[in-house]
Write a protein that binds this ligand. Structure first.
Ligand code: GLY
Length: 575
């Protein structure tokens, strides 16, 4: 079994989460957590230990994977304010075991009705980055509440009220601030302090920064959550919460209206499907680029035997880099919201097309992206998105990625409602060829239009073998999400790694522009020298590449692994 293979350097570290709150709360005190976790009966993995515990508790109480995922999603909106959210959007892949059916739920943010193509251009026709990233114009109509409520009502087994109860209690009673949260809040404090509502919600009463060990209560957020629990999506898109959002827009020059909120709907879409060495790969279709390019890259790579090259050898990384370069070049041209632009999905995921791209790759020399289009620079913004996954004992699987875009979105909380707004409008192409915060360029396909959803890189994925799920994964990391998910799958399929090894192995990333191969630490000097001699422009200063959350199932045993690259996450199985 993969689980017991070579855990030599990854002996599970046992750590105890002892969370002190005013009264005994079984939800918050979920006991021992093993990292990585092996378990039977199901598994929940997320970037926050408390939220994973909430999901596992729902499974223990007989809830299915959807119940647990919705509970985890709302809990993350309380415990992980930098990415867990009510004011953002995302994508969910859902495998329903009884029906043997996989669904893709699109709850991406939407451009308000008053948005238009040149929204972020100044009078000289240049992109105003401040506007596209930090003002209220940067905010798309939030989709998270519509998405979570939609799946709960249609595919959950417990009442919405019951699965939202833990999140409400966490917001009301407070959560202990972890070192990771205190660090993250402090790093974002300059931006958050600019806005009175954010200053009120994300700092101590005396205005100083929250410290590890503080109990952090979010009363307004609790009230907002209660309105959703009582009224479903209408508790957010209509009534008091909607009034508060529209009032914030009026005060700060935003565009979102009552009508925009009322019109918002989550959409069920056909997953993108691919095959790779006998495995079936199902992931998110547009308006995410994740699934399309995951399948495209796997199609290119399938034409080479990778295992004999050995993991992270120069020959392997060269093939990866050239594959990534070509997929991201296509992304810039062809990807956008399919309701507005005819994305050539069949062509992009066609094995014949992948073969022609593969044949053009020189196995001895790096190509030069600069020959195709001028390079652009990545900016220093922490890409903050978060992924969580749930697998229940009946075999239902949820793979969910959601985000505010930047860490803490645009930094602006809705006064009276207690949650942060996204800055997802920056994921549109504000002007052809001008990069967004992730250095990604786009064109007509991803131009801004009223009611359109901005292109994403989020890649919630489920891998099947013989018709049964064997691995569920996804990641945060902006433009680096797709390549991180790709490498987890390659590590598992080609190199026989278990979930822990597949997560820990050093990653690389290339996105066509800039023409740079980003390498995590751990790729050897010898390998880097060979890649350099082949003509790759290397960057080893990029730090950790993405944060994956992964579960595998083998012989009925689950292995859950939260990424080691950032503290605070946990994989938890039901009691
Ligand atoms: N906001 C990052 C993404 O959706 O790809």
């Amino acid at each position: 079994m993969r689980f017991v293979l070579s855990l030599v350097f990854l002996v599970p570290v046992i750590f105890r989460v002892v969370l002190c709150v005013a009264d005994e709360d079984p939800i918050i005190r979920h006991g021992d957590i093993f990292h990585p976790t092996l378990g039977r009966g199901g598994m929940v993995v997320s970037q926050d230990a408390i939220a994973s515990g909430v999901g596992a508790d729902i499974l223990s109480r007989g809830g299915n994977a959807v119940d647990a995922a919705v509970a985890t999603g709302f809990a993350l909106a309380v415990t992980l304010p930098q990415a867990g959210n009510l004011g953002g959007g995302g994508f969910m892949m859902l495998y329903l075991a009884e029906d043997d059916r996989t669904l893709a739920i699109d709850y991406r943010e939407m451009a308000p009705a008053l948005a238009h193509r040149d929204l972020f251009l100044d009078s000289a026709g240049n992109v105003d980055r401040e506007k596209s990233r930090f003002g209220l114009l940067a905010t798309g109509v939030p989709g998270t509440v519509a998405g979570l409520v939609h799946v709960q009502e249609k595919y959950g087994s417990l009442p919405l009220k019951e699965v939202m109860q833990p999140a409400i209690r966490l917001a009301e009673k407070g959560i202990p601030v972890s070192y990771a949260l205190a660090f993250s809040l402090t790093r974002a404090s300059g931006r958050l302090r600019q806005y009175p509502a954010s200053q009120a919600y994300f700092f101590r009463g005396d205005g100083s920064s929250l410290q590890a060990g503080d109990i952090w209560r979010q009363k307004d957020l609790a009230k907002t959550l209660r309105r959703i629990a009582d009224k479903g999506a209408a508790g957010f898109y209509q009534g008091k919460t909607a009034d508060l959002i529209v009032a914030a827009m009026a005060a700060g020059g935003g565009l979102i209206s009552h009508q925009d909120l009322e019109n918002y709907r989550a959409v069920e879409r056909q997953p993108v499907r691919g095959t790779y060495r006998g495995y079936d790969i199902l992931s998110m279709p547009p308006p995410s680029s994740g699934g399309v390019h995951l399948v495209q890259m796997l199609n290119i790579l399938e034409g080479w035997q990778l295992a004999p090259l050995e993991h992270n050898s120069a020959a392997y990384l060269h093939r990866l880099a050239e594959t990534m370069r070509r997929a991201y070049a296509d992304r810039s041209q062809y990807l956008g919201d399919p309701d507005f632009y005819p994305v050539p999905l069949a062509r992009l995921t066609d094995k014949g097309y992948a073969g022609s791209l593969r044949q053009a790759i020189d196995l001895d020399r790096a190509s030069n992206s600069e020959d195709i289009r001028p390079g652009v620079q990545l900016e220093e913004e922490s890409p903050q998105t978060t992924h969580f996954a749930v697998w229940d004992d009946a075999g239902n699987v949820v793979s969910n990625t959601y985000t505010l875009n930047f860490s803490y979105g645009n930094g602006q909380a809705v006064a009276g409602a207690g949650f942060l707004l996204n800055n997802e409008m920056d994921d549109f192409s504000a002007k052809p060829g001008v990069p967004n915060a992730y250095g990604l360029v786009g064109d007509e396909a991803n131009a801004i239009a009223a009611g359109k959803r901005p292109l994403s890189s989020m890649t919630p994925a489920i891998v099947f073998r013989d018709g049964r799920p064997v691995l569920v994964t996804g990641s945060s990391g902006g433009s680096r999400i797709i390549t991180a998910v790709l490498q987890v799958i390659l590590n598992y399929v080609d190199f026989g790694m278990n979930a822990a090894e597949a997560t820990a192995a050093p990653r690389v990333h290339h996105q066509w522009l800039p023409d740079v191969l980003f390498l995590e630490k751990g790729v050897s000097r010898d390998t880097r020298d060979i890649l350099d001699a082949m003509g790759h422009q290397l960057d080893t200063r990029a730090g950790a590449i993405s944060r994956t959350q992964t579960i595998t199932r083998d012989d009925g045993l689950f292995q859950g692994v939260t990424d080691y690259r950032w503290p605070g996450g946990a994989a938890v199985s039901p009691r």
